[in-house]
Each structure stands twice: as C-alpha cells, then as structure tokens.
Design a protein around this ligand. Structure first.
Ligand SMILES: [Zn+2]
Length: 79
C-alpha cells in the first residue's frame, strides 16, 4: 500500500460547501485551495473545475453503494 498520497478518503465529517450534505467529491485547486461537494453539487461544479486545472477526487461511487435505495427518475434513453 502506498500511503504517501496527499489526499485522504472523505468521511462523514466532510460536508458539501454548497448545501452541507455529506461530501463525496473533493476538488483540489491549482492554487492549493480545496472544495468539498456532495455528489449532486460535485456533478454540477466539477465540469467547470476540470478545465481550471483542478484535481478532482470523486468518491461518489461509494454513495451508490451506501444508498442503493430508490431510483427517482430513470435517465433519458440514449438516442
Ligand atoms: Zn451539495
């Protein structure tokens, strides 16, 4: 195991900067800043941040593992 990673896994104490929900996406900005987003806001903001040379740590996969409950509305079918 390589433990020299600068990042640590997100946990329940990490909260979305936008809504306060549990954070599953961490964004490390090129200037050293750090943003935390829930899965919802992560999807909303990471596309723009990706183009700003930010490093995205997306752990939203864990969200699906934890909350495999109901699917509110299915995604639109591929054309
Ligand atoms: Zn949020």
């Amino acid at each position: 195991m390589n433990t020299t990673l600068a990042t640590s896994p997100l946990n329940v104490a990490d909260r979305c900067d936008r809504c306060g929900a549990q954070a599953y996406v961490r964004v490390m900005l090129a200037n050293g800043g750090e943003l935390l987003f829930c899965a919802h806001h992560g999807r909303e903001h990471t596309p723009a941040l990706n183009s700003a040379e930010a490093t995205i740590q997306d752990e939203s996969d864990r969200l699906h593992a934890q909350q495999a409950r109901s699917t509110s509305s299915p995604p639109s079918p591929p054309s």
